[in-house]
Write a protein that binds this ligand. Structure first.
Ligand code: ATP
Ligand code: MG
Length: 411
């Protein structure tokens, strides 16, 4: 878990603003659910054999002996809220987005943390391929607006539960002779949830995994039609993608369309965001059968990619530095600061008791555009000596306090 420092602010704010602005352009509204939920919300939905539940979830008992979890992901909590607030009776689909911290006991490394931040959207109540494509298009637009270059979209369909049962038989039969050569983790997955062998990072290049039968050959007619519609809409929208039958996603609640966005330079922590359809999830949580589709994207990974791509953005600096001098200076400086701030300008107050030269140095270090000097004389006259900084030979002028904001205001 890590700290965000003031130097990170500009980039983080840009990323968050962009995510929320694009969500707004698609008419998605914000939802914010608690960071702590009853552990069963995740245990019942995400899947026992998912990385999240089997080894990454922070679970604890509270003083009332309730079993709680720090949320490892956003979708299950949003769906819990959909049921709890009767959103099934709102006009469908319900379009929601969230932005906030998630917690996973992952192995920390660059781009992989135990507290991570996700932006995600959920489109609940629409089973059509058009909803899948709307969500993919929203995610693509976010990356485009952020200026993230060279991102590849890979999509797949994992069908419905019946498809997966038929596919699992074939996959088990195919992998059986190769089990002794698979990684320890995959051997365990082979026993508990064989589909997830395909999701193994360690065995991604193993010939048995590479040569595994494709789930796309097992789709029933409904699943196949849905997937063809998704691809057709993406084609007509001009969205580039690759079909990758090995994408199965880590979570059990997915059905039909699943996808990942990956930057060009590969690597273990490379997926910036992923999504899929989860038509059975709301039922698993005790609600009525309701289709849904969504994605989540990791903000830390977006920030990492943006930093690799471009020079750091300049830190914010104040418009005005006010230097208080003498006895009456500090109080008058605070009154002036209030006046200028109410005009929407950022003001940094200098420390009282310092000399004029030291005040100038502080103003320059702060990157202020103007300095206003308020000493005893100015306090008495209700004025300040204002000077533009960084411009050689800029004149100092005495300005009545009410007009300082006008002088400082960027033209
Ligand atoms: P990975 O395969 O990299 O472990 P995941 O399949 O666990 O990812 P999801 O649950 O789909 O990831 O989460 C969506 C996004 O959240 C990921 O694409 C990634 O950008 C981000 N993410 C997931 N885990 C972490 C983490 N531990 N630290 C930072 N970001 C993360
Ligand atoms: Mg993971």
């Amino acid at each position: 878990m890590h700290d965000l420092l003031p130097e990170d602010e500009a980039l983080w704010r840009f990323v968050r603003d962009t995510c929320e602005r694009v969500a707004g352009l698609f008419d998605y509204r914000m939802i914010s659910t608690p960071m702590v939920e009853d552990a069963s919300v995740f245990l019942r939905t995400v899947g026992d054999e998912s990385d999240i539940v089997s080894k990454e979830m922070y679970v604890f008992e509270d003083r009332g002996k309730e079993r709680l979890a720090l949320r490892p992901e956003g979708t299950a909590g949003v769906c819990r809220a959909y049921i709890e607030h009767g959103m099934g009776s709102w006009p469908q689909p319900v379009r929601l987005y969230y932005f906030g911290p998630m917690f996973r006991y992952d192995r920390p490394q660059a781009g992989r943390y135990r507290q991570l931040t996700q932006f995600g959207v959920e489109c609940i109540g629409d089973a059509s391929a058009a909803a899948d494509v709307e969500v993919i298009e929203l995610q693509r637009t976010v990356y485009e607006e952020l200026g993230l270059n060279d991102i590849t979209l890979r999509i797949n369909s994992i069908g419905t539960a019946a498809t997966r049962r038929r596919y699992l038989d074939a996959l088990t039969e195919h992998l059986l002779p190769h089990v002794p050569t698979l990684s320890h983790d995959s051997q365990r997955r082979f026993e508990t949830n064989v589909l997830r062998v395909l999701d193994s990072k360690e065995d991604a290049g193993h010939p048995a995994v590479q040569g595994a039968p494709s789930i796309l050959d097992f789709l029933d007619e409904g699943d196949a039609t849905h997937f063809a519609e998704v691809r057709g809409l993406l084609d007509r929208l001009g969205v580039a993608y690759e079909v990758d039958p090995r994408i199965v996603r880590g979570l059990d609640y997915y059905a039909r369309t699943v996808w990942e966005f990956e930057p060009a330079d590969g690597g273990g922590q490379s997926t910036v965001g992923a999504g899929g359809r989860y038509d059975g999830l709301i039922e698993l949580l005790g609600g009525p059968h309701t289709p849904g589709v969504g994605f989540a994207t990791g903000i830390e990974r977006i920030v990492l990619n943006l930093r690799e791509q471009s020079a750091p953005t300049a830190a914010a600096s104040p418009d005005l530095f006010i230097a208080p001098l003498g006895e009456a200076g500090p109080a008058a400086a605070m009154r002036l600061a209030r006046e200028v701030r109410s005009g929407g300008l950022a003001v940094r107050l200098g420390m009282p008791g310092r000399g004029l030269r030291a005040q100038f140095r502080s103003a320059e270090t702060a990157g202020a555009r103007f300095i206003a000097i308020v000493g005893d004389t100015e306090a008495e006259r209700g004025t300040a000596q204002v000077k533009a900084l960084g411009l050689d030979g800029a004149e100092q002028q005495e300005v009545v306090m009410q007009d300082v904001a006008l002088v400082v205001m960027p033209r």
